[in-house]
Design a protein around this ligand. Structure first.
Ligand code: HEM
Length: 510
């Protein structure tokens, strides 16, 4: 025991000496290159860590890590590290091979990577720590085994069950789009200007709460109370992660301002929403039919909060981006329309056959991934090996940010030479080019749903919801972007900064 303590102290001192000497703690042929904490005059977009003045611009913080990195050669240009004496190193990778290797080596075995809990401290304070998202090691495995089967493709896409979901989903979307349609008809205008993100968000929460969990919450409550409250809770989570370094729980904060009082009311609404989606469990409505566990409701609350907040955020982001891209590409929008105009039911077969829609969704997640970085932590000194045999040594304790946003825009990996289109362009046809060239799809992962053992368990549900919403919008309306560009804002997920502001016109009128 004493020997172990001595060894830890010796390693700590050696590490500090190495840090002070500026020694690279990583190794291998894919060793990352160093990023300086401060670099006055370099013109970097931010400093390479979040603080109260820049935390609302996380994409710029990631960009800072790769500032002028193209001057470097090979893997050092896509793998960067920050090493502050006395702290664990931070590795940021936009290297698709390294990202894949680390995601693959994440899990509950010895030496496997954890999901780093540091960037989700605010989420855990809002939802509870005992969740599938926050837990690591054996506890994560228990959560995964309990929750993930309910979302399985085989369960969700069983013809009988699928039809039930699909009918209620479709009914929900139709009702909401009809409201917009009626508004357009009654206004007598040929088109209206609308930020579709806010419409999409309400539909997504309604589908999740009422169709998936089998609750019966009136639409007005979802639109006017639960969606705005949940959105403010999600925004609070981002602020809380960076600003609440002391980890003070919200309920202990005095109501010093109207803002604090309001966010407390929002959390109360979040609790009520959790109650209302748990209530159908007793009658085995919605998803609860296939959820087999003796765990009392109380034990499930934290995970339900994660599903509600996480799924709302991710599905809204995904569908909003797809609409934002289609609004800037009328030709592709028309092709999707041709694809879906005859589709009345979204059976698994119909979904598979909607090739244009599927490519648009794939390209949307590549170019504008909802979750723009995936956090990991090395639990021990580890060598990772890529499929093309490159190696990187990562010291135990390293915080890792897998920068999906920038990895998916690497010209060398996704560009003209590989896929026929520039990496920075929205080009769904690149997926046809890649397929025609017979490339191994595993070499072209966009990580939009993650990869490996901690891949998104809600992937099929999410794809279904987003496919239905985007398909139904294209089928009903023709839309064009109000602004030429769609820059991104990022919090828990990314969204187009203008909320997908479009001119909307009814198809049947044109
Ligand atoms: C369609 C939009 C969605 C996108 C783009 C998305 C994306 C992702 C990604 C990238 C991850 C991996 C995170 C990582 O590796 O660190 C993830 C994990 C997760 N997602 Fe999703 N997701 C979506 C929908 C959903 C839905 C509908 C649910 C549940 C109802 C859900 C629940 C989760 C959970 C619980 C995890 C953590 C799993 C684990 O750690 O084992 N997601 N999601």
């Amino acid at each position: 025991m004493k020997q172990e303590g001595n060894e830890t102290a010796r390693r700590g001192i050696a590490r500090l000496v190495g840090q002070l000497a500026g020694r690279n703690p990583f190794d291998g042929d894919s060793k990352p290159s160093r990023v300086r904490l401060f670099q006055p005059g370099a013109g970097r977009p931010a400093v390479p860590f979040p603080h109260p003045w820049n935390y609302t611009r996380p994409l710029e913080i990631l960009e800072t890590f790769f500032w002028q990195a193209e001057r470097l050669e090979g893997p050092a240009s896509n793998n960067r590290y920050l090493d502050i004496p006395g702290r664990a190193p931070i590795l940021v990778s936009r290297d698709p091979g390294i990202i894949r290797a680390i995601l693959h080596a994440t899990g509950d075995g010895p030496g496997k990577f954890d999901r780093d809990t540091l960037p989700s401290a605010g989420i855990a304070r809002a939802t509870g720590e005992d969740t599938l998202l926050y837990a690591n090691g054996p506890l994560w495995k228990v959560h995964r085994k309990l929750a993930a089967p309910s979302f399985n493709k085989s369960k969700l896409f069983q013809p009988e069950r699928f039809q039930e979901f699909e009918e209620t989903f479709r009914h929900t979307i139709r009702l909401r789009l009809d409201a917009l349609r009626v508004y357009l008809e009654e206004s007598g205008e040929a088109s209206i200007q609308v930020a579709l993100e806010s419409e999409i968000k309400v539909v997504m929460l309604e589908m999740l709460a009422n169709n998936f969990f089998g609750a019966e919450i009136p639409y007005e409550d979802i639109r006017d109370r639960f969606t705005p409250s949940l959105q403010r809770v999600i925004d609070h989570i981002v602020r809380d992660t960076v600003l609440n370094r002391l980890g003070i729980p919200l309920e202990r904060m005095p109501n010093l301002s109207r803002k604090i009082a309001r966010i407390k009311a929002d959390f109360a609404n979040f609790e009520e929403l959790t109650d209302r989606v748990l209530a159908p469990r007793a009658e085995e409505r919605g998803l609860w039919k296939q959820f087999k566990s003796d765990a009392p409701d109380e034990k499930l609350r934290s995970n339900i909060r994660v599903f509600l907040a996480g799924a709302l955020e991710a599905t809204t982001s995904f569908a909003t981006w797809a609409i934002a891209h289609l609004a800037r590409h009328p030709d592709i929008q028309e092709r999707v329309f041709q694809d879906v105009k005859e589709v009345d039911t979204y059976t698994p077969d119909n979904l598979n056959q909607s090739k244009e829609l599927n490519r648009v969704l794939e390209e949307t997640l590549r170019l504008t991934p909802s979750l723009y970085f995936l956090p990991r932590k090395a639990t021990a000194d580890t060598w990772v090996v890529t499929t093309d045999e490159r190696k990187m040594f990562i010291p135990g304790g390293t915080h890792i940010l897998l920068d999906i946003w920038h990895a998916n825009r690497l010209e060398a990996h996704w560009g003209v030479e590989q896929s026929g289109y520039p990496a920075s362009a929205f080009a769904p046809d690149r997926w046809a080019v890649l397929a025609d060239r017979g490339v191994d799809p595993k070499g072209f992962l966009h990580f939009g749903f993650g990869h490996g053992p901690r891949v998104c368990p809600g992937k099929f549900l999410g794809q279904l919801e987003v496919g239905l919403v985007v398909g139904a919008i294209v089928k009903t309306f023709r839309f064009s972007a109000v602004h030429a560009d769609s820059p991104a804002k990022a919090g828990v997920s990314t969204k187009p900064v203008d909320g997908a502001l479009v001119n909307l016109e009814l198809r049947s009128q044109s």
